[in-house]
Design a protein around this ligand. Sequence first.
Ligand code: 5AD
Ligand code: SF4
Length: 524
Amino acid sequence: MSPETKLEQVPIENDEEIPYLQNPVYDEYPFGKTVYFETYGCQMNVNDAEYAWAVLQNAGFKKTDSYLMADVILLVTCSIREKAEDKIWNRLAFLKTLKRKQPGKGFPKLGILGCMAERLKKKIVEQEKAVDIVAGPDAYRDLPRLLEQATSESTTAINVMLSVDETYADIMPVRMDELSKTAFVSIMRGCENMCSYCIVPFTRGLERSRPVESIVNEIKQLSDQGIKQVTLLGQNVNSYRDLSEVQHKPTPEDVAPMSKGFKTIYKPRLGGLRFAYLLDRVSQIDSEMRIRFMSPHPKDFPDEVLHLISERPNICNHIHLPAQSGSTKVLEAMRRGYSREDYLNLVDRIRHLIPDVSLSTDMITGFCSEDEIDHQDTLSLLNLVKYNFAFLFKYSMRKKTHAYHKMKDDVSQEVKGQRLAEIMEIYQQKLVEVNSQCLGTNQLVLIEKPLQKNPDVLMGRTDGGLKTFIPNSPIPTSVNSQDTILPKPGDYVAAKLTSYKPNSFRAQPLHLSSIKSFYSTGSR
Ligand code: 5AD
Ligand code: SF4
């Protein structure tokens, strides 16, 4: 590992010496114990907020949905692009001016949690004197102690140590939306891929997987609570390897563990329990619970995983396959570990084994040295693959990354903007083709919630993850039934897709259904 890629790691060796691991209860916060969370960035952050909330709830805190009522305001932050950070700086400037509504109470305590905390600890504390608590992604257990420390006006309590083994395996996250029928479950943390543009390995630390049994237990509990969809989360969710208890001897498959043509710059781990094993276990917990996963890396899609997705009706037929670029030259500069051809071969393989799969991607435009030919390659990749959805970004150079140290951010903002508009256009043109092919098909929609703006409409998602709207009105209770019922969040509804907008469908609901009955012959 080169000096610039060295991570700040502090392994926890002796729990006895760390007071916050002994579950203390802090009753005497002079500033009150009502906390408000605001979450930015990816789904990992949504789940991180749930861990932070679990820790604080255990320490006697109450949650509020209004920052005006809060004694403590915690922002769970994202550093992935400059724009994401700017948003949080602006929010902080506003929150600093806030006085609490209750008479006699002054300013609320402000805390920065997550990726920005790790990256900008110095600026946040010394330059900006902006906040009272700074807690990195591996320091949420420490929140009660940090809050207690931050009692005086001039003290900022900080813990941004990255751990090599923290997975919060023993903490049951507390969901922010208690009524939701979907949940996130973190299965691994950190990333070692060191893609040259990416800050994540520096803000979230080394890759580590949570033990299988703790994941299975959490999902069993969620199933008992009536949760109908679990999304397994991780920065490289399919690189999962539980090395904790069972030390399997490396199999021949472990020795060549990656998709054909793919490589890493770090030495791949061998042995342990892998993603296919985990997916097999969690999909057997509750056959009426949908399993999704986010975000995978293209390098770890062995046929074993693809077969499982194809065979198990409750593992959703959606694969997020972040390409990042369509040019082999740029992919090399990005250190992605695959060429355009390897990526396209993988897409073919996936479509061969899972014919009705829905595919999505992340794409960065304007990376260092990207020229017009590279840009055309990206346009042609979008043309060829025809994604069901895509997240398209302008490159934003981040300090600490390999690109920051070794490359030039040499594509102007103007050109980045033009290229983004062009890739957006091609993506949307193709989307029209992809969406039109779905019209008239029957899909199994898991209802999530009524629309806030229009409660007469229910929002749900198809197996492929496509957002779908149906009227909030009674439907037959089963395929041949005369009885009707109002569908509610957590219900499966068989529905025919009738029209679309770029990123959503409208559907005519047919009848209430289940995974079992929908996918058994004749019941669609
Ligand atoms: N600039 C722009 N986009 C980025 N991403 C990661 N780092 C950067 C960056 N420096 C994008 C990648 C990744 C997604 C989560 O964010 O596409 O997959
Ligand atoms: Fe960043 Fe690459 Fe790791 Fe994804 S795989 S988090 S893009 S370094």
